[in-house]
Design a protein around this ligand. Sequence first.
Ligand code: ATP
Length: 248
Amino acid sequence: MLEANQLMVFYENMLALNNVSIRCEKNQIVGVFGANSAGKSTLMYTLSGIMEDIRKKEEMAGGERISVLGDIRYLGEDITGLKPSKRAKKGIVLCPERRRIFKECSVLDNLRIGGYLATSSQAKDTLAYIFKVFPALEKLQKRIGGFLSGGEQQMLAIGRALMAQPKLLLLDEPLLGLSPLIQAVLVRATKEIRDEKGISIIVTEQYARPVLPIVDYAFILENGTAVLEGTRDELMDNPDVRSAYFGI
Ligand code: ATP
């Protein structure tokens, strides 16, 4: 479904992604695991195309020089130079790190804003689906986003991304800073979304352990380099990997 080949991203002379190739097949959940600064968000920005906006903004402001190399194919099409808005229309939707919900807006308005690409019947159906997956949000529809807990904000961020009708959902560190209990709710919901809606998912996390049970395939990033990849079972069966990356 998505195939990125030999991605290289430089922030000035700092190499943030070094020759990274990853793929996600239809209906798969693919994990990308790596420590702080490994390049996870850079990868997500590059796949969603937001890196192009960041690059242009920096260029116009006379800021840092960002260079992006490599190519990205999605559903058989080369989307390397495509704007993020065009990628979103084609179904690549990013749920960014640290939620980035609209804190002054209500839960319902956050979701409606996310639905700007949807027809009214899609928006209605998706809203009902979000409330099925995250019943907590239904009761909080009128609550201002900034007053939600971290876990609720993450549910809202995922809900908002679903409103954009993704075929490929990019989840950047959805579990960051949340309690194990909420993490488990989010992990279960992520699997449910793939199983029930057939949405493919690429999910990044610092710690593989909570997400590993639901991924089909995973990549491990270290200092911008993909040092290891394999199916969940291949990674789990490798004793070095187990202790070094999964803490088990
Ligand atoms: P985290 O878990 O902290 O979010 P990450 O794996 O998402 O980490 P990135 O945010 O992609 O990592 O950062 C990769 C590297 O690129 C880091 O060393 C970071 O400091 C650097 N970096 C990220 N954005 C910029 C930028 N705009 N300018 C310069 N360096 C940057």
